[in-house]
Design a protein around this ligand. Structure first.
Ligand code: GLN
Length: 490
């Protein structure tokens, strides 16, 4: 069996009990990356030498960590000491961070091997990776299509067998949506579950780091390692972290499951709707009570998100002024230098968000935009809280349609509509996982989103694991040939 086909959990078990060397695994990943990445383009920076020397060091050691030999890719907005971190932006094109993000420290402390930094929409703004300042990433299932975004490089790397798992960041759907487009599993944890220290800030009240992997089990293992209190992030919760693998395959509870009514499915792709309805039947067939629910406030979730996120971004991105780090444009006057640096350094979507956010926060408009959005956010949060008194989980499609073609969404609003099902959980801070739930007619994967109460990742993983086993998604990942194309239609 080829090493790249091993799941993370399997590979780690083999490395820990000495049956396989971490070095051999890393070498097979590097040669596969060399073969397929020229087409998929998941990576912005490859850390081949660093990965190999880590692997040798792990092989030489007797005591091995919980992630020994796990080959993990990191989204390029998560800082890595000595390893270029661009955020997909020209303004940070040559930025080499002097420190590691907490999540990176925790992965490496358990002997995970960082293989490289993945492509993304600039500053995590987008749903297709086309907003990367460098190049778009392609979907391993169909190279004409986008892998989703903004963690598109991370999702494509995992689906293209260029990494066992990856970290992404999710502000309004950026882990869940690319996971759905690429037929893999992705978790946005509860806000505060995972430290944001070392995550380049986009919208600080929404940003959360989460894993993308080939199975619920692999996501659960990574979350067990990266979650938990960190005094360097004041929003990080001081709560114990359970071992999410513990009893993962043992879900005995008789739960009630919220399922969207027809009203909420209007206007979405019919194949997405059909596969969602099939999941509803499956859940009922497993003996769970399915409760139809509509969420009136979700109608305003998208506009609410597109006020709050740009507002926070306009403030967070003020730090890229050409003075302290990143790009600096030539100019005689200081003010001129600011303007030129930001004009040259930021791409058009980032500029659009800064303008939107600055406008929404400006005096005279603050009440009409930001303050109203903040109230809408409270209403959305309250609606979900009430819903979770009636049901244990809420199921939705992850995206309104399967992966679209590169260049297809020129209109920003059309791109924003991708986030229709994902932003409510972000605004309310609740966890959400996307698991593959079927294939569209043209062979593209479809995603199911499962939401739960805050800090209930333990149950969320168990329930998602059960669904995963019953859906029996037939992934084509093992069918990818060395040119990144699909070998067989399935
Ligand atoms: N697509 C959304 C946006 O562009 C979400 C991005 C994210 O979660 N980082 O803002």
């Amino acid at each position: 069996m080829k090493y790249i086909e091993l799941g993370l959990r399997e590979a780690v078990d083999l490395v820990r009990n000495g049956q396989v060397k971490a070095t051999e695994i890393v070498e097979s990943y590097l040669s596969h990356i060399e073969a397929v990445d020229p087409e998929i383009k998941a990576y912005l920076t490859l850390a081949a030498e660093r990965a190999l020397s880590r692997a040798r060091e792990i092989d030489a050691r007797k005591d091995k960590g919980r992630l020994a030999g796990a080959v993990v890719a990191i989204k390029d907005n998560i800082v890595t000491r000595g390893l270029r971190t661009t955020c997909g932006s020209r303004i940070l094109q040559n930025f080499v961070p002097p420190y590691d993000a907490t999540v990176v420290e925790r992965l490496e402390a358990e002997d995970a091997i960082i293989i490289g930094k993945t492509n993304m929409d600039e500053f995590a703004m987008g749903s297709s990776t086309e907003n990367s300042a460098f190049f778009p990433t392609r979907n391993p299932w169909d190279l004409e299509r986008v892998p989703g975004g903004s963690s598109g490089g991370s999702a494509a790397a995992v689906a293209g067998l260029e990494a066992m798992a990856a970290l992404g960041s999710d502000t309004g759907g950026s882990v869940r949506q690319p996971a759905a487009f690429c037929g893999i599993v992705g978790l946005k944890p509860t806000y505060g579950r995972v430290s944001r220290y070392g995550l380049v800030a986009f919208a600080s009240s929404l940003d959360q780091i989460g894993p993308l992997a080939r199975s619920v089990e692999d996501c659960a293992l990574i979350t067990s390692v990266i979650a938990g209190f960190d005094r360097r992030d004041s929003t990080c919760a001081d709560r114990p972290v359970p071992d999410y693998l513990d009893g993962l395959d043992n879900f005995q509870e008789k739960v009630r499951v919220g399922f969207l009514g027809e009203n909420s499915l209007k206007g979405i792709n019919p194949e997405v709707a059909a596969s969602y309805l099939r999941v509803g039947e499956l859940v009922a067939g497993l003996g769970f009570e399915v409760v139809r629910m509509d969420f009136p406030s979700w109608e305003v979730a998208l506009p609410c998100y597109y006020i709050i996120a740009p507002s926070e971004a306009s403030s967070n991105l003020a730090r890229y002024d050409g003075v302290r780090y990143g790009l600096r444009a030539e100019a005689v006057e200081l003010a001129d230098m600011y303007v030129r640096t930001r004009t040259q350094g930021f791409g058009s979507e980032v500029k659009r968000r800064i303008l939107l956010g600055t406008f929404a926060l400006s005096s005279g408009y603050y009440d009409a935009y930001y303050a109203r959005a903040a109230r809408a956010r409270q209403a959305i949060t309250a609606e979900l809280q009430v819903a979770f008194r009636r049901v244990d989980f809420i199921l939705t499609p992850t995206t309104p349609e399967p992966a679209f073609k590169l260049g297809e969404k020129q209109d920003p609003i059309a791109m924003y509509l991708q986030d229709y099902f994902t932003v409510a959980a972000s605004l309310a801070g609740v966890p959400g996982i996307s698991i593959p739930c079927g294939l569209a007619r043209d062979g593209l994967p479809l995603g199911l989103q499962v939401l739960s109460e805050p800090f209930a990742e333990n149950r969320l993983f168990k329930f998602a694991f059960l669904l995963e086993n019953n859906i029996k998604f037939k992934n084509n990942m093992y069918g990818i040939n060395t040119r990144g194309r699909r070998k067989n239609e399935n």
